[in-house]
Design a protein around this ligand. Structure first.
Ligand code: NAD
Ligand code: TYD
Length: 346
């Protein structure tokens, strides 16, 4: 097996949840590396997610949109980039239901622009995808990398379109690409629109926990650390042109996840409210991760530990999330939950 070792990385979306965890992890593991974070700093991207690292000479920030071909090209040329790792995306299913067009702009066209720059400059591109591209999965199956894509939300459809563009560039132009498809990640710096940080912060504030529908939907809640080591494994030892699933391979119901959050925080289960379901809500995601394991990777956290660790981080880092919850997030929360909570049941 050839071990490749990229030196200069353009990490798009590096100020977001997974991207910032990845940058921190990568620089710690690869001291000779140079990382340029390229980020539009949308509501989900925060410079302070990497506050401890901006003084590090190996790290630089370029604020920009991945759809800006000239800026992406100029940045890659000036910084002698040899690998683009694309985390940049609009990432929340509920936001994609409220306002879907920006998902196509960033997730589809933006990825396409990165592919064009990679083609022009002869760069490798690693694309971060999601298990949501497989659609919802029947009880007796786990998604494997060769399964057909069957996305069902605007978010998932935009991610699936991006995956297919990445694969088309590999086939048509021989572009050196790899793709990882991650399960639901949890851990530090996740914007509180997503279920685990939303439930944890609501519980800490003593507010209702809005569970969509019956709460029996199933997700593989994986710790972001294990996603980062999975991506690193593929960057170093993955086969060019291949796709790798990254998750724990074990899923739980949302109600089980809520129990772990509330028990970890010592909060009452009376906070739980069943609210109107998400339209087109995928019932179950489940991935087989053997292909990545065959490269020598294994997750450190089981899903229960991952959720509990994430809940604890929110309990210990109020200074990170309180300004978000007290700011622009309130408007979104009102729109998404006010009516639902008014009509909720225990
Ligand atoms: P996030 O929403 O926390 O962060 C996204 C980042 O991308 C932000 O920093 C934002 O400013 C930046 N961004 C958005 N639009 C941009 C644009 N047009 N140009 C440049 N930067 C832009 O997302 P996340 O949860 O960290 O997800 C990162 C990647 O992982 C995404 O591609 C997502 O689809 C994928 N993924 C996420 C999960 C999950 O559970 N969160 C699971 C599997 C895969
Ligand atoms: P989320 O974190 O949005 O991830 P995804 O939809 O991409 O899997 O949601 C995780 C699960 O939690 C999903 O089944 C939807 C559910 N959910 C709720 O029940 N209530 C909520 O308020 C949110 C945001 C999610």
């Amino acid at each position: 097996m050839i071990e490749l070792s990229p030196r200069a990385l353009l990490v798009t979306g590096g100020c977001g949840f997974i991207g910032s965890n990845f940058v921190r992890y990568w620089l710690a593991q690869h001291p000779q590396s140079h990382v340029v974070v390229y980020d539009k700093l949308t509501y989900a991207g925060r410079k302070k997610n990497l506050a401890d690292l901006w003084e590090d000479a190996r790290l630089k920030l370029v604020v920009g949109d991945i759809g800006d071909l000239d800026l992406v090209r100029a940045t890659c040329q000036q910084e002698n980039i040899d690998l683009i790792v694309n985390f940049a995306a609009e990432t929340h299913v509920d936001q994609s239901i409220l306002g879907p067009l920006v998902f196509t702009d960033t997730n589809v066209r933006g990825t396409h622009v990165l592919l064009e720059v990679a083609r022009e400059l002869g760069l490798r591109l690693h694309h971060i995808s999601t298990d949501e591209v497989y659609g919802h999965i029947r009880d007796d199956h786990q998604s494997v990398e060769t399964d057909e894509l069957a996305p069902r939300s605007p978010y998932a459809a935009s991610k699936a379109a991006a995956d297919q563009l990445v694969q088309a560039y590999a086939i048509t132009y021989g572009l050196p690409v790899t793709i990882t498809r991650g399960a639901n990640n949890v851990g530090p710096y996740q914007y509180p629109e997503k279920a685990v940080p939303l439930f944890a912060t609501n519980a800490i504030l003593g507010e209702a926990i809005p569970v969509y529908g019956d709460g029996l939907q199933m997700r593989d809640y994986a710790h972001v650390h294990d996603h980062c080591t999975g991506i690193e494994t593929v960057l170093l030892r993955g086969e060019i042109g291949e796709v790798y699933n990254v998750g724990t391979g074990r899923e739980m119901t949302n109600l089980d996840m809520v129990d772990i959050v509330l028990d970890t925080l010592g909060k009452s289960h009376d906070l739980v409210r069943h609210v109107t379901d998400r339209p087109g809500h995928d019932r179950r995601y489940s991935m087989n991760v053997d292909k990545l394991r065959e490269l020598g990777w294994q997750p450190k956290y089981d899903p229960r530990e991952a959720v509990a660790e994430a809940a604890k981080w929110y309990a210990n880092n109020r200074a990170w999330w309180e300004p978000i919850r007290n700011g622009e997030f309130r408007e979104y929360y009102e729109k998404q939950y006010a009516e639902r909570l008014a009509g909720s049941v225990r």
